[in-house]
Design a protein around this ligand. Structure first.
Ligand SMILES: [Zn+2]
Length: 86
């Protein structure tokens, strides 16, 4: 399969050319579509407030993640017993 963009010969099952041309969408993948965060300009005090809010928000988030993991491990252990039955 020859790339229409750079005329490089690619394997038939190739999804994307080395130059970035996507064979499925027939368009060139460009880095411009990516979101690039170069830097956050923020005053020191609002940064401190933001970090405090982040730390406070992280507490229930961690609890929720632990509950989800607990449920997942419970389902996982129950699932493994069912696999043995079949
Ligand atoms: Zn190409």
């Amino acid at each position: 399969m020859e790339c229409p963009s750079c005329s490089l010969t690619n394997p038939p099952d190739a999804i994307r050319c080395d130059c970035g041309f996507d064979f499925r969408t027939a368009s060139t993948y460009s880095a411009a579509n990516e979101v690039i965060v170069k830097g956050i300009k923020m005053p020191f005090l609002s940064m401190v407030v933001f970090m405090l809010k982040l730390a406070i928000a992280a507490i229930p988030a961690v609890i929720i993640i632990r509950i989800i993991l607990l449920i997942c491990s419970f389902i996982g252990s129950v699932g493994s017993y069912n696999v043995d039955d079949y």
